[in-house]
Ligand binder design. Structure first.
Ligand code: PLP
Length: 448
């Protein structure tokens, strides 16, 4: 049909005719109309009808310091005028080296080196490919299986997507199933009726230990887990659970990969949550999203000094980690990330820590509503889960996707929600004020 000429047709119509958007259904792929957003400012976005909305999901958990930050626009411009790109194959740039140093300074344990990618999926993919390389070089080629959990979301590239634990992500998709071993989601809300939290946690740890014993530690290369399962519905694990899993991994020479694509850069009030919130020191941490507050696609994986030393001292110093992306260490992305980190360190992290209890408490008031089974969260991540019945906790399914219906109501009232079937996930920009939290919760209450 040739190229569409932008002109009379509006963007929604053009998109319907030519754009494939993420997560489409077969029956509407390439024909979808979604809300058209024209502007952003602070915690707000404005749609094409002129309706101003609180950006409840902060884009996709990423607009951490808020929209329309002139400092970030300026740093992008300045870096593009100085150096817009250089090949990371044969050359390097200063912003990426500076960023690596600052990230390593914030990282827990002996995490010392950073490989920069284009986003979260490529970060998880890099961590997994590094685990494979590491075990090949160590002469452990059979140690490659990956432990992952129900409710997990780790990305949309082939191997990262193979780890995803939400059924709808995999129902119609293939994956490297032969490489993945699945465990339960640490979801306290769905624990058997009458079971104590301590017994539930012990059960999860037993499952982990039994799985390692059954499959064989000599065949398991890594465990990959989000500290708080984000897209699974903000599943906050029970106390001590992550630490205990970390210990089992250490005892069995299984690399612990903490997927902090959502939780890093302030969502839980710290640059990294693994150490500062959960007291664990993973072998690798993956990050993306908040590292640039969504102003530029960037992600990465931080790797432990210990692993790099083992590689350097191995019998195969000439083995090559055959992995690199054209946009690894992109100078504009790294310059944006450095400025974003300045702003986070200067005020936004402290604000996020200060306002988080208020955010959680206000959101929690929605448990009064008869449709709401549970409100849960941590930091500036929250989830309102609607149930058919509070006893059975069966997910509410009015027209399959209650979240979308709530989102539609809220949209009219001035709030964008992240609908997840029967759940509404809220993760606003970290700069949100108490008054704006009040507005957000009032609209959500009315929407529900
Ligand atoms: N890991 C986690 C925990 C995520 O939530 C996401 C995306 O939402 C990803 C990985 C994938 O990141 P990206 O969409 O930037 O590829």
């Amino acid at each position: 049909t040739g190229m569409a000429e932008p002109g009379d047709e509006d963007a929604v119509d053009l998109a319907r005719r030519h754009l494939i958007q993420p997560w489409p259904f077969a029956g509407s792929v390439g024909h979808e109309a979604r809300a058209l957003i024209g502007e952003g400012d602070g915690i707000y976005i404005t749609d094409s009808s002129g309706q101003r909305l609180i950006d409840g999901p902060a884009g996709m958990w990423c607009i951490n310091i808020g929209h329309r930050r002139e400092e970030l626009a300026k740093v992008m411009y300045d870096q593009a005028m100085a150096l817009s790109y250089n090949t990371p194959w044969y050359t390097m740039n200063a912003p990426s080296a500076q960023l690596a140093r600052r990230i390593a300074d914030h990282a827990p344990g002996d995490l010392s080196h950073v490989f920069l990618t284009t986003g979260g999926s490529s970060a998880v993919e890099t961590a997994l490919r590094f685990m494979q390389f590491y075990n090949n070089v160590r002469g452990r080629p059979e140690k490659k299986l990956i432990l992952s959990r129900g409710g997990a979301y780790h990305g949309s590239t082939y191997l990262s997507a193979s780890l995803n634990g939400r059924p709808r992500d995999r129902d119609w998709m293939d994956g490297a199933d032969e490489l993945v071993v699945k465990l339960s989601s640490p979801d306290p809300f769905r624990r058997p009726k009458g079971m104590s939290l301590a017994a539930f946690t012990d059960g999860l740890i037993d499952e982990f230990r039994d799985t390692v014993a059954r499959v064989g530690a000599e065949r398991i290369g890594a465990f990959v887990g989000e500290p708080v399962q984000a897209s699974g519905g903000v599943i906050v694990p029970p106390d001590g659970y992550l630490k205990r899993i970390r210990e089992i991994c250490r005892d069995n020479d299984i690399l612990y990969i903490s997927d902090e694509v959502v939780t890093a850069f302030g969502r839980l009030g710290h640059v990294f949550a693994s150490g500062d919130v959960f007291g664990i020191d993973p072998d690798m941490i993956t990050f993306a999203k908040g590292v640039t507050s969504g102003y530029f696609p960037l992600g990465g994986v931080i790797i432990s000094q210990r692993l790099l030393e083992q590689l350097r001292r191995s019998n195969h110093p000439d083995a090559m980690f055959g992995h690199g992306l054209t946009y690894t260490s992109h100078p504009i992305g790294c310059a944006v990330a450095l400025k974003n980190l300045d702003i986070l360190e200067d005020s936004v992290l402290a604000h996020a820590r200060e306002v988080a209890p208020y955010f959680q408490a206000q959101l929690k008031t929605l448990e009064e509503l008869p449709l709401v089974g549970e409100v849960r969260g941590l930091g500036l991540m929250g989830c309102v889960e609607c149930v058919a019945d509070r006893e059975s906790k069966d997910p509410l399914q009015l027209d399959k996707n209650v979240g979308k219906r709530i989102d539609a109501h809220c949209h009219e009232l001035g709030l964008l929600v992240r609908p997840l079937i029967n759940m509404c996930v809220m993760s606003p920009p970290l700069i949100i004020s108490r008054e704006q939290i009040d507005d957000m919760v009032a609209i959500l209450r009315e929407g529900i």
